[in-house]
Design a protein around this ligand. Structure first.
Ligand code: FAD
Length: 279
């Protein structure tokens, strides 16, 4: 069972509970991006099982009539087994997404996976005429070039700072350098992206900058934040008319995800603790 301390960051252990949480988000005007927790399977069977779980989830979202899409991790649906396993499972998920009018995001993992992830995204972005999205990471030096490739494609792009500890040879390491890269990429996206920009950040400075760029270029944008992080800001943005998405993880593999949230920020630990002791 999900302990109360983890339930600030993880919506529950099964799809039905997660969809209940999505209803609460939707009541506040916030849309949801559902993510079944799991990654780095080195055998095909669990990767196929999670791919099937995503297909069921898409059907459940449709049946429940909630405002939600899904986001999948390549290594969760077979990338560590082989490129073919990943691409076959992603194709099946996107196909079911098309049948149920459900947008499919692909998360980005470490830099060794960027090429295959972007290639798979490109294939489905063209095939579906833009009903898929992909995440790119400002901390990777290559993203300055990748974003030019993505600007020519249909589909959506989520810009994040990057969650993986990458080697210096491929990544900006200092937070100031990452922030500078994030701003440059954001500006490029607002200038060049026809399908809008997804700002995946909790950083007030980046969100203000996105609002300024939206005013300057008129390009539509959405904000995406994690469940349990700056939720009042999520509600305020939505009330101000900015399309706002909460990334909602769920599933029984919640421990490592919860532990990452707690390790990355002391305030997350205090927030989780306060919720448990009721203060
Ligand atoms: P940070 O640089 O961490 O923080 C900047 C400022 O934001 C802080 O000073 C503070 O003012 C505010 N802030 C941040 N966290 C909190 C908090 N807990 N409480 C209060 N204020 C806070 N990474 C990937 O590598 N691949 C992915 O596919 C991916 N998908 C993501 C999807 C979404 C929707 C989001 C939001 C993030 C995703 N990430 C992903 C993670 C991302 O790369 C960053 O690691 C993470 O978002 C932290 O960076 P940040 O921009 O929020 O700001």
């Amino acid at each position: 069972m999900l302990p109360p301390i983890a339930s600030n960051f993880v919506a529950g252990e099964d799809a039905a509970t997660a969809i209940d949480h999505v209803r609460d988000c939707n009541d506040d005007g916030v849309s949801a991006i559902l993510n079944l927790l799991g990654e780095h399977y080195d055998r095909r069977a669990p990767a196929d099982a999670d791919a099937r779980a995503y297909m069921d989830l898409i059907r459940d979202i449709d049946a429940a009539g909630v405002d939600a899409c899904v986001s999948v991790k390549p290594s969760q649906i077979g990338l560590d087994v082989g490129d073919d396993a990943f691409r076959e499972n992603l194709a099946s998920i996107v196909e079911v997404g098309q049948e149920h009018d459900c947008f499919v995001w692909v998360d980005m993992e470490d830099h060794t996976t960027t090429d295959v992830t972007l290639d798979a995204f490109e294939e489905h972005a063209r095939e579906t005429d833009g009903d898929v999205g992909v995440c790119i990471q400002a901390n990777l030096k290559r993203t300055a070039e990748d974003i030019e490739r993505l600007a020519k494609l249909p589909g959506k792009v989520r810009l994040v700072k990057g969650a993986y500890d990458e080697p210096k040879s491929v990544a900006h390491k200092g937070s100031e350098d990452v922030d500078t890269a994030y701003r440059d990429l954001l500006e490029y996206a607002f200038e060049e992206f026809e399908d809008g920009v997804a700002v995946g950040s909790h950083d007030p400075a980046m969100l203000d900058y996105a609002a300024d760029l939206n005013e300057e270029y008129g390009t539509p944008y959405e904000v995406q934040m994690l469940m349990g992080v700056r939720e009042s800001a999520q509600r305020e943005l939505a009330a101000d008319g900015v399309p706002t998405y909460q990334y909602v993880p769920y599933g029984n593999k919640w421990f490592s995800y919860f532990y990452r949230r707690i390790r990355e920020r002391k305030s997350n630990a205090l927030f989780a603790l306060r919720a448990v002791i009721g203060r």
